[in-house]
Design a protein around this ligand. Structure first.
Ligand SMILES: NC(=O)c1ccc[n+]([C@@H]2O[C@H](COP(=O)([O-])OP(=O)(O)OC[C@H]3O[C@@H](n4cnc5c(N)ncnc54)[C@H](OP(=O)(O)O)[C@@H]3O)[C@@H](O)[C@H]2O)c1
Length: 309
């Protein structure tokens, strides 16, 4: 009989990637029956999954009660939490993560794979205290570790679609596309094609469970500097680009007030001590390759999405 994997965020980028990868994988598609979680199983994204044979369970991470039905009987769980942008001081992400961890423990889940990030406050020695969407994930990771639920922590890199879908590259009057950051052109960004590749790292963890219990897996194709990001963008698209290092106040003025400080400190952290504190991606890539997967490079991602850029 197939084992059940419950996938949170099934209608979103990360959970969707996990589901697609399992469905397309010859071994995992036979080994696992997928149960997707959504707060609204009638929404179109959820209905598409239903047609692909995914079981859908309505649940909200705010309610432990609703989580029981979603997690009960599951061998594995993929968990992604999302920040409550615009609600300063909210600890929603932490509460959501703890709720799922508690229910997973009660249900005897054998493998909880959590989409985690580093603790910016701790790793910056208290210099950068305003990046709760990193810190809260690190706190959830700690909570899961101390709960004793067998777990793996997959840390997604900086999304490639931040550049292509979020207006981060702005076209100027001279037709050049400008990337403006509060950090230098040599800062190291570990990039990931989130919808294409996150599922590959999770699938690799599922295929090598005993090897990755308690481990952190860095889900990124490579470290890219802004210089390389723009050079490869020019190469693929033929467009002109420009990098500008802006001062702190100018950078914050680019975004809603509630996000400015957080995004600023997030980027200062990427510059130093580093998104993954400068740790090598080699071990995570070896795990991926052993499972038969390869990462998508920034150039390949751009080639694939060229028509819609
Ligand atoms: N942008 C970056 O460069 C970057 C880098 C690393 C990590 N991240 C992190 O990535 C995360 C976003 O991942 P994503 O892009 O996959 O998100 P997404 O596409 O926005 O999807 C979020 C998913 O979470 C579900 N969800 C939200 N609140 C829920 C709740 N209360 N109960 C149950 N399900 C809930 C939604 O499902 P329903 O609406 O169907 O219920 C949806 O499927 C964020 O935490 C962000 O910090 C971002």
């Amino acid at each position: 009989m197939s084992k059940i994997i419950t996938v949170f965020g099934a209608t979103g980028q990360q959970g969707g990637s996990v589901i697609r990868t399992i469905l397309q994988d010859e071994t995992l598609s036979k080994e696992f029956k997928i149960r997707g979680v959504s707060r609204d199983t009638s929404k179109p994204e959820a209905q598409v999954l239903l047609k692909q044979g995914v079981e859908l369970v309505p649940a909200d991470m705010n309610s432990k009660e609703s989580l029981v039905k979603a997690i009960q009987g599951s061998h594995s769980v993929f968990l992604v939490t999302t920040p409550a942008w615009g609600f300063a001081g909210s600890d929603a992400e932490l509460v959501h993560g703890k709720n799922v961890a508690d229910v997973a423990k009660e249900a005897g889940v054998q493998h909880l794979i959590f989409s985690s990030l580093l603790d910016v406050t701790k790793e910056s020695g208290g210099r950068l205290k305003h990046v709760p969407h990193f810190d809260q994930k690190a706190h959830v990771e700690q909570y899961i570790r101390s709960s004793g639920v067998p777990a793996t922590f997959v840390l997604p890199g900086y999304f490639m679609n931040n550049y292509t879908s979020s207006g981060m590259l702005r076209k100027g009057d001279d037709d050049a596309y400008t990337l403006a950051y509060p950090v230098g052109k040599d800062a190291q960004f570990p990039l990931i094609d989130i919808a294409g590749d996150l599922g590959k790292f999770v699938a690799a963890a599922l295929k090598n469970r005993s090897e990755v219990l308690g481990a952190q897996v860095f889900a990124a194709a490579d470290y890219y500097t802004p210089t390389r990001i723009l050079a490869e963008y020019e190469e693929v698209t033929g467009r002109k680009t420009r990098f500008v290092q802006v001062d702190i106040e100018t950078y914050k003025s680019f975004m809603p007030r509630s996000m400015g400080e957080e995004m600023l400190e997030n980027h200062l952290f990427i510059e130093s001590p580093g998104y993954y504190k400068g740790q090598s991606l080699q071990e995570s890539h070896a795990l991926l390759e052993k499972a038969g997967f390869q990462t998508t490079t920034w150039k390949a991602y751009l080639e694939r999405n060229k028509a819609s850029l």
